[in-house]
Design a binder for this molecule. Sequence first.
Ligand code: V47
Length: 382
Amino acid sequence: MLETFVHRAGLGDIYRKIVDGQRLSFDDGLTLYRNPHLSVIGWLANLVRERLHGDQTFFVRNQHINYTNVCNKGCLFCSFYALPKDPNGYVLTPEQIQDKVRAYAHLPITEIHMVGGVNVRLPYAYYLDIVRAIKTARPDVSLKAFTMIEIEQIRRVSRKPLEEVFGDLMTAGVDALPGGGAEVFSDRVHEELFHAKSDSDKWLDTARAAHRVGLPSNATLLYGHVEQTEEKVYHLVKLRELQDETGGFLAFIPLSWHPERTAISHLPGPTGQADLREIAVARLMLDNVPHIKSFWIMNSPAVTQVALRYGADDMDGSVMEYEITRDPSTDRIQTLTHARMLDMIAEAGRQPVERDALYRIVASPQPRMPAYLEPEAGAAGG
Ligand code: V47
């Protein structure tokens, strides 16, 4: 019956490949982006998601920290940065970062995610100091810090070979690298939106070098601005090729672009349909990346919950504070409580699994079903 829908939607060939465990081609990627039957594409992605993870849905009690917003790259899609002379620029000292970590000492946080702008004034020692500051305040936490773009800046200021920089960061306490800064692997979009930043080859080379020294990372794709479908498929294929080579990617996160307060805010940004499609296409194309994350801050909690049936097996976590897409006129705190995350996952019919930055399992809490999903009293056998 469901197979009839798949064939009617024109997705029969892709379905066969998925069932046979065959890799999807570039053209299949285009088809998945262009086919109007999103629910069927979601169903296909769910087949792969359940083959890999069953009902398991990963979440983390984490804290995001943005140590500086000063950045000289001027990316048109970004509202977070302050140019070096802007009075709104900030740099957190190691002590201020420690205070932020200690502010949540009462919560069993297992991951800290720390990124910032490309701030050329910061010396090499600063990066090692802030990593050590976190690990001193919270020795057991797993630390995911610095995108490939920041790593390039850290290497530049260190005047050391990249491998040595990774060694220093790992000794100081970095456990993994987040996936940011990849944007879209396209020379055209690079030129148009983020030309001051290094290009896709450099991002991939830095990721390759990290994976080779045993530092795993995530990967992202920023979508919903000026990119074209071919460019997104190319991006996914390049990540898949690197993953074949290194196996170092833990998770892929499609990042839903937020136009508000950016230099290109006249563009509408992605819809909920687009968010779900990105998750599903990623799950189907990235057959060698273990986890697909729906980042609820950018996708919204509501879309994220649906995404758990469209290919996503991870929803990020408690977050606490998030600066990158924050409206400065609202509260800095943006969080989901532990109970809320459990409820969202249970209501989606999934099994919550608490993880750390390296996807080591911390706990497998019992899901609490919402009352309306409980079988009616006396219904059994009635
Ligand atoms: O690199 C910037 C993007 C990224 C906007 O690895 C924007 O687990 C949307 O990479 N609208 C940083 N996105 C965030 C990131 C991330 C987030 C959550 C989890 C992980 C992970 C990584 O945010 C930047 C850039 O690509 N970004 N501005 C914007 N207006």
